[in-house]
Design a protein around this ligand. Structure first.
Ligand code: NDP
Ligand code: GDP
Length: 329
């Protein structure tokens, strides 16, 4: 039997890779898209992967409950993946209320829609390692206490607990993936890995002279988005819903990640990197390192792409994009 998936946040990085993964598995894929005046561009990532024509897009917004109910009626999904969010930590201090509404309450809207319209649906919530924030243990697992450090982290924590609560209160098949940072050539350009690979490509092509960053001493556990969407799907194939940490188990400083990108392009990091105090955050998440033993044991999940290979792929993709003049359009 062909399965059907409904994805919120389908126009984002993970939405695109998850769609590709599910299409390869033979799913019908529907995506919720919010209205914008530049609708012609909102499937850019899906077009990059060559799958835009295989996906059915439905109008909806995570802060509009009735639109989500209509999307459920239209798609009649077996699985719902809630990937939509205001997902950028830095922006969450500029727009804390919007972040709370979309990233936090939005998940409750989707759960309410499912509870009212399709309680048999299997639900995935995109939780985040940002919930660990000021990490209470050097290596974080599903049992590590949370201490979020930004309006984004706080909002994700609400979404996480409301998912757990709907599972416990109403018996929904609702799972939460506590995913550590994951990147790709489709990562938003404001996130540090993509900012670095885009910056390196610009310097290499003579389009820029320097790269300005904030705190390069922070550390992250970085994986590849293609690996991480597989874990999302695996969670919904289990008989019982649960929460899982998804991480590589290796942590690297921003500076070292940067060095990898500069070295790959045969450029000097010291010559081009400028530290800009304006890019430091009001509260920092100094270091994250996840232990995905539960996902490995129960889901049979393990990451396949390492940091160096991923950064190489991203630098190459940015050089190709900038060389083609696409950035000038
Ligand atoms: P992106 O920022 O690339 O994508 C976010 C998506 O949410 C976009 O499709 C965006 O649509 C959509 N969206 C935003 N607001 C609304 C709204 N009000 N209604 C409907 N859709 C909306 O994020 P990623 O793909 O990187 O991440 C996917 C999810 O996983 C997010 O929830 C993120 O917070 C979470 N996460 C990500 C991690 C990572 O490292 N990437 C780590 C852990 C969790 P539009 O195109 O219109 O802007
Ligand atoms: P996050 O972990 O979800 O906040 O992902 P980001 O990629 O936005 O940031 C990762 C880390 O890089 C954080 O500790 C930031 O403080 C640090 N960082 C340093 N300079 C920059 C910068 O210029 N942009 C971003 N986005 N992050 C930076």
């Amino acid at each position: 039997m062909t399965k059907t998936a409904l994805i919120t946040g389908i126009t984002g990085q993970d939405g695109a890779y998850l769609s590709q993964f599910l299409l390869e598995k033979g799913y019908n894929v529907f995506g919720v898209v919010r209205r914008s005046s530049t609708a012609e561009n909102n499937d850019a990532r899906l077009r990059f992967l060559g799958i835009a024509h295989e996906i059915r897009l439905l109008d909806g917004n995570l802060i509009d409950l009735s639109s989500l109910i209509r999307c459920l009626r239209k798609a009649e999904p077996d699985e719902v993946y809630n990937l939509a969010a205001q997902s950028f930590v830095m922006a969450s201090w500029q727009q804390p209320l919007l972040t709370g509404e979309v990233t936090g309450l939005g998940a409750a809207n989707m759960l309410e829609a499912i509870r009212l319209e399709a309680p048999q649906v299997r639900f995935y919530q995109a939780s985040s390692s940002e919930m660990f924030g000021l990490a209470q243990e050097p290596v974080q697992t599903e049992k590590t206490p949370f201490h979020p450090r930004s309006p984004y982290g706080v909002s994700k924590l609400f979404a996480h607990w409301i998912t757990v609560n709907y599972r416990e209160s109403f018996g929904l098949h609702a799972s939460s993936g506590i995913l550590f940072n994951h990147e790709s050539p489709l990562r938003g350009i404001e996130f540090v890995t993509r900012k670095v690979t885009d910056g390196v490509a610009r310097i290499k092509l003579g389009l820029a002279k320097e790269l300005r960053l904030g705190n390069v001493d922070a550390k992250r556990d970085w994986g590849h988005a293609r690996d991480y969407v597989r874990a999302m799907w695996l969670m919904l194939q289990q008989n019982e819903p649960d929460d899982y940490v998804v991480a590589t188990g290796r942590t690297t400083s921003i500076r070292e990640m940067c060095r990898t990108a500069f070295e790959y392009a045969e450029l000097s990091l010291e010559k081009h990197l400028v530290i800009d105090p304006a890019l430091f955050r009001p509260a920092e998440v100094d270091g994250l390192l996840g232990n995905a033993a539960k996902a490995r044991t129960r889901l049979g999940w393990a990451p396949e792409v390492g940091l160096e290979e991923m950064i190489r792929e991203m630098v190459e993709a940015d050089i190709k994009r900038l060389s083609s003049g696409a950035h000038r359009v």
